[in-house]
Design a protein around this ligand. Structure first.
Ligand code: SF4
Length: 204
């Protein structure tokens, strides 16, 4: 895909609200606040992920890690397209790195989505697709429409169109998951790439 033109002021009228988010310290007692998100009013596809990892916490750049590389490969988009907020908004379930727990990164604090998501989504022009990356995003957005397991929810992707598309989290663990669920690469990813390519073309 061709690189998109640089944006002098991609946040536009969202700037006051995004400035408010970036000053948020609601979780200061349990984590080191550094909100990482990316939006433009016209963001066409919203990536609703889990929370930044340690590398993203350090760089301040969304999906600036191996999981991001894996996600871009799933979507078949290059870095310039992925980083254009007119195309992809990045709005995880928590905007700050939650720190390490026993089995990996701690879960995203629920207060973040509860505090910010409705306000931020309401400020957008009307994204055409939300990618629900991982169980936390699926639980928050789909609620009772979610299936019994993440695998069942991802397999039922057509039930959530045209506005939502559930995906596994593209961490290293997803490589094992993909080996157990070859239908994802064979059947889902080609359809996902076609949809994303249409939205990218429509946003430029
Ligand atoms: S995780 Fe969300 S609610 Fe908590 S401090 Fe960061 S921006 Fe605020």
């Amino acid at each position: 895909m061709p690189p998109t033109a640089p944006l002098p002021d991609p946040e536009g009228r969202l700037l006051p609200l995004l400035t408010e988010v970036r000053a948020c310290r609601l979780c200061a007692g349990t984590l080191d606040p550094r909100p990482v998100l990316r939006l433009a009013p016209e963001s066409r596809i919203i990536i609703v992920g889990q929370a930044p990892g340690s590398r993203v916490h350090a760089s301040g750049i969304p999906w600036d890690d191996a999981s991001g590389d894996h996600l871009r490969a799933w979507l078949a988009v290059d870095r310039a397209t992925f980083d254009d907020p007119r195309v992809f908004g990045v709005l995880p379930m928590a905007f700050c790195y939650p720190g390490r727990g026993d089995g990996g990164d701690r879960p995203p604090p629920a207060i973040c989505g509860e505090t910010w998501h409705d306000r931020l989504f309401a400020a957008l022009d009307g994204p055409r697709l939300s990618l629900l990356v991982g169980q936390y995003a699926q639980r928050f957005v789909l609620g009772r429409r979610r299936r019994r397991t993440l695998t069942e929810t991802v397999r039922a992707w057509e039930d959530y169109l045209p506005r939502c598309w559930p995906l596994p989290h593209p961490s290293w663990r997803s490589r094992i998951w993909m080996r157990r669920n070859p239908w994802f690469a064979d059947e889902v990813l080609p359809r996902l790439r076609a949809r994303v390519a249409r939205e990218v073309a429509g946003s430029l």
